[in-house]
Each structure stands twice: as C-alpha cells, then as structure tokens.
Design a protein around this ligand. Structure first.
Ligand code: SAM
Length: 331
C-alpha cells in the first residue's frame, strides 16, 4: 500500500492513531463522565477484539501511521493488554507506542511495559491532595498513583507526562505545587483546559483557560519557553530556571491546534473519529466482521481522513464541546 496515503483535504498527513481499547474505567472523574451518570458501557460484543485492532493498525501503518497511543476508558482495565501490546510494538512502521492511564493499576504493568520497550507514559493526576483527588476521581487513590509515578521515574520511563485538568474552585490552588514538582523531578506537567462533553457538563465557571494558569504561575517565577520538538506538538511548553522537568499548557479551548493536527481516533466500538470536536465518524467494525479485505478497510481509513474538518467551528469563540463522553472517545 502507498505510504502517506492518509492525507486529509487540507494537506495534513495523519500519522497518529489514538486507540481506545475500552470505555470502562476504574475512576469516575468529575470532568470526564461525571459522577452522577451511571456507566453505560459497551457490551463486550460491541468492542473490537485485539486482533481487529491489530489488523487496522497494520493497514494504517502501510498508509503512514507511525505513532499509536493506547487510551480508554482506562486501558489497563482490559484483560490481555500486554500480549496485545507485544504484537502492536512489533508491527513494521509503528515507531512510537505510548499509553495514557490514570495510574491506578499501573504498578503491575511497569515491568512488562519496560520489557516491551514502551517508555512513554501519560498519567492523569488532577490533585496532590488526598481529599481533592477523591473529590475529582471518586476514589481515594492518590497515594497509589503518586508512588507509581515515583517508581516509574526510578525505572527510567521517559518522558512521563502528568495530565492535570484545571478546574476552578477545585484544584486551581494546586497549580504552583504541580509546577514545583518539575524542579527536583524530570516530569512533564501538562495543564489541560477542561472541555465540556455531551451529555455531561460541569458548570462553565469551572473552566480555566491556559493564559490565566500561565499568568498565575508566572507571578511566582518566570517561565522560560521551550521550543517544540515536533511540529504536531499540542502543548506550549516552558520550564523554570534549573528545573529538571517542564510545564506545558494544552489549550483545546483557547488556542486550538487544528492546523497541525495529525490525529485519528479509534473508539473501543470500532469508530474512526477524525476530530474530537466533531460527531462525524466512519465505522470499521462491520467491515471487519463482514469479511472485507484490507484494501476495503484502507478505504475506510481514507474516508475518515476525508471527514477531518479544517478546524472546528467551536474554537475561537471558546464554546468548545466534545459531542460524546470522553470516556467513550478516549480523550
Ligand atoms: N483513563 C485514562 C486516563 O485517565 O488518563 C485514559 C482516558 S482519559 C479520557 C484521557 C485523558 O483525557 C485524561 O488525561 C483526562 O484527564 C482527559 N480528559 C478527560 N475528560 C476531559 C475533559 N472533559 N476535558 C479535558 N480533558 C479531559
């Protein structure tokens, strides 16, 4: 198959596939699916099998996909993940495999991940305070997650990115504490703007945009810009003088990154979504299960690329809205 065949109508090469392997999660974060919503998880038969996902990645790799991130739900909740990852990292053309996790079950996976050569971790951590952690995530798991992050650092995982969704009146008094972690530790703290997602939304007043976070941090100490290492980097990154780690701002609301977006998302139930903020998708599960050949599936990938909007109409006016729960799409 032709390399770089996945180019959208606006000349963007789509080389990054984010795969949600499950919509189930062991936490219940306020901003993600909401603690008031009872889980409506996909039936197991609706979820793509690992073999189906691997087949899609193999086809995608022949069309220019080089980078894969495993997400969820909570990816470590799905049984058989390590044998699947072993096959994933072995796919020719896949150069970079990483995981986004809430870290609750991560300690059991550190050794197998390291053995597979997976070194990049994104760990969600929204508070360094036990009560606030529980308030956001629904369970008292701060110490387990924090200790696992320290173990992962000791084991040489790198980069370790810490995703912190900024919420006014909930964890905004901790911005400085998160930023200070980068002084002694080579962590990459990423402050993320809260994106409302349908049908669950927090009060809009809880949203804090990156310029305000940056301004608050700069009151303490100046932030030195760090040049992006790749043109599709979504975070605007800084560091404190003499810090071992860095501080980034992911600003899907105030400063969209549509122009350089190189992503496609695969949901656990087999939908290719070209844009987090659009409800357009291409289903690949039926094709997979109806005996269609690889070139047919490749056409589905191209169709998904063709649906990628130039930019989301919601950006700019700060009314960004994710059309489905993040736990269902994969964040
Ligand atoms: N369970 C894993 C975790 O917690 O990292 C992976 C899935 S989670 C949906 C992926 C990322 O999306 C997390 O870093 C989370 O903080 C982020 N996220 C979820 N809902 C969000 C929202 N409404 N706005 C901004 N980020 C969100």
């Amino acid at each position: 198959m032709q390399k770089q065949a996945l180019v959208d109508h606006y000349g963007r090469s789509l080389s990054y596939l984010r795969i949600s392997v499950t919509d189930r999660c062991n936490l219940n974060c306020l901003y993600c699916k909401g603690q008031d919503i009872s889980p409506m998880n996909f039936h197991p038969a609706e979820i793509l099998s690992y073999e189906e996902i691997l087949r899609l990645v193999r086809i995608g790799a022949g069309m220019g996909i080089t980078k894969v991130r495993i997400t969820g739900g909570e990816p470590l909740m799905r049984k058989g993940l390590c044998p699947f990852l072993e096959k994933l990292v072995a796919i020719p053309g896949i150069l970079d495999v990483s995981i986004t996790t809430n870290g609750v079950k991560l300690s059991d996976y550190l050794k197998p991940l390291k053995d597979l050569g997976i070194k990049r971790l994104n760990i969600s951590l929204d508070s360094l305070n036990r009560e606030t952690f529980e308030q956001i995530a629904g369970l008292d798991r701060l110490h387990r997650v924090y200790d696992t992050i320290m173990t992962a650092l000791d084991m040489g995982f790198s980069p370790i990115k810490i995703n912190m969704v900024a919420l006014r009146g909930i964890n905004d008094h901790e911005f400085g504490d998160f930023a200070q972690l980068t002084m002694p530790l080579p962590l990459h703290i990423r402050f993320i703007e809260y994106m409302p997602s349908s049908p669950h939304m927090l009060d809009k007043k809880k949203q804090i945009l990156s310029p305000e976070i940056k301004q608050r941090l700069q009151r303490r100490e100046s932030l030195i810009p760090v040049l992006p290492t790749n043109k599709s980097a979504v975070s605007e990154t800084f560091r404190y003088k003499n810090a071992k780690g860095d501080i980034g701002f992911i600003s899907p609301v105030s400063k969209h990154f549509c122009k350089t977006c190189n992503r496609l998302r695969l949901t656990a139930d087999g939908k290719l979504r070209p844009c987090l903020l659009s409800d357009k998708f291409v289903d690949i599960k039926d094709a997979m299960r109806n005996g269609k050949d690889d070139s047919f599936i490749g056409e589905k990938l191209k169709q998904a690329a063709g649906l990628k909007p130039e930019y989301s109409l919601t950006v700019g006016n700060h009314n960004v809205m994710v059309p489905r729960l993040m736990s269902a799409i994969g964040g």
